[in-house]
Design a protein around this ligand. Structure first.
Ligand code: SAM
Length: 227
């Protein structure tokens, strides 16, 4: 019964990749294979399992979301990863994008500011055997200096402007993918590529993300839950 159920989900993933991702122009076969492999339904809350493979973002609690499959795929493809890439993710959420990254590279570092989400994501990733992932609770907009530089950095929340602390942590030719724009409107998915001390900037597509929340220090901090 369980094997049969998991076959059904595997078929839904094949369809998701074909209809929502490949058909919209994502051609990177490694990314498509990773998206066929990661069991998205195991990352969403029980109340969302039936909708796990539909073409949209879903709520995961604390006012946050799991991103639309197409957005996960295109952001991953824009990072241009290879197996040796070291990747930093800002905004672990439920850990789904983290798992897609971990299918492709040997080292993934991921930061989430809502402790309950970080804990749940770490538990899911551990249970599914994603050993290449290290998680941290905190404000990811400040980076994670201990493991820098990174070949790729992905920000899965909307930044008001180019996040300089993160750009500084890119390796030579490293790529940063980040939605930039108003917190509660549309943003431009933007790619920065490090060339020495300068950065090429490419605007890719309009998207809509929950805001990147920069914590203002312990005494001013307000508890999680913003959307
Ligand atoms: N990566 C997720 C996925 O697999 O679908 C989606 C993440 S959700 C769209 C954005 C996440 O960024 C939320 O969980 C939110 O709490 C987190 N976040 C917002 N600001 C942050 C910050 N400064 N540092 C770390 N995480 C942050």
């Amino acid at each position: 019964m369980e094997a049969e159920q998991s076959q059904i989900y595997a078929l839904r993933r094949v369809r998701m990749v074909e209809d929502q991702i490949a058909r919209r122009g994502v051609r990177d076969e490694n990314v498509l294979a990773a998206m066929r492999s990661v069991p998205r339904h195991l990352f969403v809350p029980d109340s969302q399992v039936d909708d796990a493979y539909r073409d949209g973002a879903l709520p995961i609690g604390f006012g946050q979301t799991i991103s639309q499959p197409y957005i996960v795929a295109i952001m991953t493809a824009l990072l241009k990863l290879d197996v040796r890439s070291r990747v930093l993710e800002i905004g672990t959420g439920c850990g789904y994008q983290t798992a897609v990254l971990a299918e492709l590279v040997g080292e993934v570092y991921t930061i989430e500011r809502v402790p309950q989400l970080a804990e749940r994501a770490a538990e899911t990733l551990g249970r599914l055997g994603y050993r290449a992932v290290q998680t941290l609770v905190g404000d990811g907009s400040r980076g994670w200096r201990e493991h820098a530089p990174y070949d790729a950095i992905i920000v899965t929340a909307a930044a008001a402007e180019a996040p300089f602390a993160l750009l500084r942590e890119l390796a030579p030719d490293g790529r940063l993918v980040v939605p930039i724009g108003a917190a509660h409107g549309e943003q431009m998915l933007t790619v920065f590529v490090r060339r020495g001390d300068t950065f090429e900037e490419h605007e890719e597509l309009l998207c809509r993300f929950v805001p990147l929340i920069e914590d203002r220090g312990p005494e001013q901090d307000d508890p999680g839950g913003e959307g």
